[in-house]
Design a protein around this ligand. Structure first.
Ligand SMILES: [Zn+2]
Length: 167
């Protein structure tokens, strides 16, 4: 399942990418189309062409393509994830092998030898972790690892989605 997220969903976009969902963020299309904001018709066309479900908080827009879009209400990324799980039965697993770059949506590759990226890490991260992944996009090359931020996401997902409490 692939997504196109509208401009209100920056954080949700990064989360969906970490959970391995191919997600294009509407704001990333501003440079491509040289239009800001991107008109609904262009978003709709892009989503159709690339076979993506639109995630939006614009109800009139959702109403134009009810089968090809999901309307989310309220605030907060865990609240949005909960609604998506209910509507689309999404799974939220973090497996770096399949995750996508949170910044640019490209695939990640495993770093075979962490010495290759030693200069790009702070010393404690380099010493403490052994497994790293890097974005394959030459213009991005962001590095990822299973640090405390990932553990925190897993913990919060468990408490907020499984317990059923709001936010
Ligand atoms: Zn990237």
């Amino acid at each position: 399942m692939k997504f196109l997220t509208d401009s209100m969903f920056g954080k949700l976009t990064r989360f969906l990418r970490i959970f391995s969902y191919d997600t294009v963020y509407a704001n990333d299309l501003i440079d491509v189309y040289e239009l800001d904001p991107i008109p609904d018709d262009i978003l709709r066309e892009f989503a159709e062409k690339t076979n993506r479900i639109v995630i939006t908080r614009d109800y009139p827009f959702h109403n134009k393509i009810p089968d090809k879009s999901i309307y989310l209400e309220g605030e907060g990324v865990y609240n949005f994830l909960k609604q998506l799980k209910e509507k689309l039965d999404l799974e939220y697993n973090i497996d770096m092998q399949h995750a996508r770059c949170s910044l640019c949506n490209s695939e990640l590759k495993k770093i075979e030898n962490k010495n290759e990226i030693k200069d790009e890490l702070n010393e404690s991260t380099y010493l403490y972790y052994d497994t790293f992944y890097q974005c394959v996009n030459p213009e991005c090359q962001k590095i990822f690892w299973n640090g405390p931020h990932i553990e925190e996401i897993k913990r919060r997902l468990k408490s907020k989605l499984i317990s059923g409490s709001d936010i």
